[in-house]
Design a binder for this molecule. Structure first.
Ligand SMILES: [Zn+2]
Length: 327
């Protein structure tokens, strides 16, 4: 049973884990807080990008010897594989923490991950603490992992005259790019959402031209390390993605115009696509921003559980005109 100090620390770890959203992919955004033996917080950290230290390593570095006999509180199961950085379970064992509190197990570990190894080393391990709150941040990464494609967000302007392309110059568009890995535009161009944010060579992106097969494109982007994808284009561009169930979240920007108007029926739907439910509506400068998610996906738990995509077409994507590692 987690103590109230540990639960409190987990909420802190969840909050700081979100600082890595938009830069850690293909790795997950993870946060860690270390409590000393007496329960004081003595260190915290989060994963910034692949190839750099994991959250646990940052938190343990801050804690130093105060981690001895203490507790590490981490939003995702510590890794067990030695890659570009040492395995976190070994770092935790070397730091002599007595207990590790985990929110969400890593689905890729198949029960042979850090938790099992930590237990085998005599560390007390508790799993499932604030798991649903941790999924608010981890959800899109977990969904991408489960579906082997990025979670996809499509913003658009819902004018009274019909659906229009979202303006990329708006401040809100910039904020959406901050939490995305890549942007796919209507002309087939793919760019890192914030140039340089993932580090050199961490994303492998290719433009798409000619006949675009949406499910092949999203699968290829996943292979290239993209876990959160932003679609920038109009209805004709997004429709094939919608038809295959590949869009997880939409933002409808509804301009503030007259209080008494007649909306056009030029679009096939009025405000959000069929199969989507509104989970938020926020007034911005000049717009109301309506957030909607595929029914079956959870509104508060990231995007995990979004209904599965259907359909698979046999045609081949016309990909690879520019295999550009991100700068
Ligand atoms: Zn790790």
């Amino acid at each position: 049973m987690a103590t109230s100090a540990e639960v409190d620390a987990m909420r802190r770890a969840i909050a700081i884990s979100a600082k890595g959203v938009g830069t850690t992919s293909p790795n997950p955004p993870v946060g860690c807080v270390v409590l000393a033996r007496d329960g004081r917080i003595v260190g915290e950290g989060y994963h910034v990008r692949k190839g750099e230290a994991h959250a646990e390593a940052h938190a343990l570095a801050a804690a130093g010897s105060l981690a001895h006999g203490g507790t590490a509180v981490v939003t995702l199961e510590p890794c067990n594989h030695v890659g570009r950085t040492p395995a976190c379970r070994q770092a935790l064992i070397d730091a002599k923490v007595g207990r590790v509190v985990i929110a969400v197990l890593d689905p890729t570990s198949r029960c042979e991950g850090g938790a099992a190894r930590l237990r085998a080393a005599g560390v007390d391990v508790e799993v499932g603490v604030l798991a649903s709150e941790a999924r608010v941040v981890l959800g899109p990464w977990l969904t991408a992992l489960g579906k082997q494609r990025p979670t996809v967000t499509w913003p658009y302007v819902a004018r009274s005259s019909g659906i229009d392309v979202a303006d990329e110059d708006l401040e809100d568009a910039r904020l959406l790019r901050l939490e995305a890995d890549a942007v796919l535009r209507g002309d087939g161009r793919v760019t890192e959402a914030v140039p340089g944010s993932h580090g050199i060579g961490m994303l492998h992106l290719a433009d798409y031209a000619g006949a675009m097969e949406p499910d092949r494109i999203t699968a290829a982007l996943y292979e290239g390390g993209v876990r959160r994808l932003l679609l920038v284009g109009g209805l004709a561009f997004a429709d094939p993605f919608l038809a295959l169930g590949l869009v997880d979240r939409v933002y409808a920007y509804v301009p503030e115009d007259g209080a008494s108007t007649v909306p056009s029926r030029s679009a096939p739907w009025l405000i959000v696509p069929p199969g989507f439910s509104i989970v938020g509506a926020v007034r911005l400068d000049g717009f109301v921003r309506v957030e909607a998610r595929q029914k079956g996906s959870s509104g508060t738990s990231g995007l995990e559980g979004a209904s599965s995509a259907g359909g698979h077409s046999g045609a081949r994507p016309h990909a690879g005109s520019a295999r550009a590692a991100s700068a």
